[in-house]
Design a protein around this ligand. Structure first.
Ligand SMILES: N[C@@H](CCC(=O)N[C@@H](CS)C(=O)NCC(=O)O)C(=O)O
Length: 231
């Protein structure tokens, strides 16, 4: 059994942040599948034993189970020294971007993707339009920031890069955003990250639960099986 065990699904970009970090850091890790579409993260026993917040990712290390990708990335950087921060100023800057990522960059993009591609019934266009405009606004901020720097904090990748990378490698037909065509600085940044040793796309690093991609087709509207969570 690997030392680091990531409870995750392939469709979860929040999980991918940690999977990608651990693969690029060369850590001994393995994915542990969660039946997200089947409602496992809402099961009372799962919540009691794995994550009271009812979310993936959960990282299990030496019997301890941790949640919240941003907090886990900070913990991993501090305990492994990989993609770590140098001093208080860098730590503050990295936390700023990790919080921006959680609240805006990842959140809007992920919510838009889920509503667009994984709902079993059509979503009201106003919901998609709202989430799309929020995503565009946070993409514009990241695009400007990355125009004159290689990585989020400068010339080397650190944990905030992995946090912001959560959803940028999912296929455009799934996300509804064509980063290569519309966001040149974001595209150049994600290519630099993709050149790191250990980089792999989400569905290769986390084979479990990739079937969420087909949930929309698998679960007919009105079916008693319809059990879905937000992104
Ligand atoms: N801020 C959390 C977000 C985690 C999150 O939203 N995970 C999604 C999957 S990508 C989830 O489990 N959602 C279940 C729900 O919202 O009920 C993190 O970064 O770990």
């Amino acid at each position: 059994m690997a030392r680091y065990r990531l409870h995750c699904i392939g469709a979860s970009g929040n999980s991918y942040k940690l999977a990608l970090y651990m693969n690029c850091a060369g850590l001994d890790w393995e994915p542990v599948g969660v039946d997200f579409a089947g409602g496992q993260t809402r099961d009372a026993n799962w919540r009691a034993g794995t994550n009271a917040m009812g979310e993936v990712p959960v990282l299990e290390v030496d019997g301890k189970r941790m949640s919240q990708s941003g907090a886990i990335l900070v913990w991993l950087a501090e305990t492994t020294g990989k993609f770590a921060l140098d001093g208080d100023e860098e730590r503050f800057e990295a936390l700023r971007w990790i919080l921006f990522d959680n609240h805006k960059f990842t959140n809007n993009h992920a919510m838009h993707r889920f509503q667009r591609s994984f709902m079993s019934e059509p979503v009201h266009p106003a919901i998609l339009a709202f989430l799309r405009s929020r995503t565009e606004a946070s993409f514009a901020i990241a695009e400007k920031h990355l125009t004159d720097r290689a990585f989020v904090l400068g010339d080397r990748p650190i944990i905030a890069d992995f946090s912001m990378a959560g959803y940028v490698y999912y296929p455009p037909d799934e996300t509804g955003f064509d980063i290569a065509a519309d966001y040149p600085a974001l595209d150049a940044w994600r290519r630099r990250l993709a050149a790191l040793l250990g980089w792999k796309p989400p569905y290769e690093l986390m084979p479990f639960g990739s079937d969420l991609r087909t949930t929309r087709m698998r679960i007919a509207p009105g079916s008693a099986e319809r059990k879905q969570e937000q992104h």
